[in-house]
Design a binder for this molecule. Structure first.
Ligand SMILES: Nc1ncnc2c1ncn2[C@@H]1O[C@H](COP(=O)(O)OP(=O)(O)OP(=O)(O)O)[C@@H](O)[C@H]1O
Ligand SMILES: [Mg+2]
Length: 302
């Protein structure tokens, strides 16, 4: 097997608890948000991360993209250490690993229009000034948004539109690895299908390596080849997505699967992956002209 694109080696992230007095006099232990996690992500992997709220999923993503520093352990990109890369020159790392954020309202600068947000990102990637506007509009089309949204500020968008602008901004960097932190949680079912469809195509056709954090096991089954189950800051189970979902080895994974409401058409976890996947991927997007393939040129460039 080829060497991992992104590796976490015994990574721990802890936060101080209580005030200075508590810590010094009472010896209050820090809160461990991520506990000694090791993990390899290979080129082309589509990895799902599931786990209850507070289990450390976003913490893991924030560490991997370099937003926060680990308390202990190493994070490696193509064998190079994040800590050293950040010290010397953070730019390439930031470009190669992107994150579409869970909270779309705080992820976008409230004073920047959609177009400015995208063109600034394209400028960071080195796209020439005259090509930025056009590519920004192509990126919007790629995530199923019309060019009429380009002059708007974030507060003039719906939650789902904001989330897709965040995704477009992450894709603007043409990352090697995209961490999508609950990228469809604010979308209605048809838009969820559109974005999941988009992500599936990006991974399949462009070889994008994707880490998809979600509470929705049906979507995870549709999209992901590998699955990581987290609890209390640790990985409790991982493996091929279908194996883990169809034959969970850990009690906690069984609990998570059992907690999915039954009887919601097309969304119940349990049927073979092929049928669950097909139902979502084959669903038509609201406007097929704005689908990823309307933006073929961009897709070829990413
Ligand atoms: N800056 C911080 N200071 C202290 N504790 C933090 C900080 N950031 C996160 N935590 C704690 O770390 C734990 C893991 O948080 P994290 O955001 O990674 O959870 P999550 O799995 O993404 O949850 P959710 O599914 O709700 O998004 C939580 O208990 C959270 O309160
Ligand atoms: Mg989270």
């Amino acid at each position: 097997m080829s060497p991992a694109l992104l590796s976490l080696r015994d990574v721990t992230k802890s936060y101080p608890r209580g005030g200075l007095i508590d810590r010094v006099l009472k010896g209050t232990k820090p809160f461990v948000a991520l506990d000694n996690v090791s993990l390899d992500i290979h080129r082309g992997d589509v990895v799902g991360i599931v786990g209850e709220s507070g289990s450390g999923k976003s913490t893991l993503a924030s560490l991997a993209v370099g937003l926060i520093a680990p308390t202990a352990g190493d994070i490696l990109l193509d064998g190079e250490n994040l800590a050293e890369l950040m010290r010397d020159h953070a730019g390439p790392w930031r470009r190669r690993i992107q994150m579409a954020f869970q909270d779309s309202s705080s992820a976008l600068n409230p004073r920047k229009t959609v177009e400015l947000c995208l063109t600034e990102t394209l400028a960071l990637r080195g796209v020439a000034r005259e090509g930025r506007r056009q590519e920004a509009h192509e990126l919007l089309a790629l995530v199923g948004l019309g060019a009429e949204l380009a002059p708007r500020l974030p507060h003039e968008l719906s939650g789902g539109q904001r989330q897709r602008v965040g995704l477009a901004r992450a894709l603007a960097m043409r990352p090697d690895v995209l961490f999508a932190d609950e990228p469809v949680s604010a979308l209605d079912v048809s838009l969820q299908a559109q974005v999941v469809n988009l992500l599936a195509r990006l991974t399949r056709e462009l070889g994008l390596t994707l880490v998809f954090i979600s509470h929705d096991l049906a979507l995870v089954r549709t999209l992901c080849s590998r699955l990581i189950v987290m609890r209390n800051g640790a990985i409790v189970e991982q493996g091929a997505c279908r194996d883990v979902l169809d034959n969970p080895q850990h009690d906690y994974t069984r609990l998570l699967i059992a907690a999915v409401p039954k009887g919601l058409a097309g969304r119940r976890v349990g049927p073979p992956a092929s049928s669950a996947g097909a139902s979502i991927l084959e669903r038509k997007s609201p406007d097929p002209k704005k689908s990823i393939f309307a933006s073929r040129r961009l897709a070829e460039r990413i």
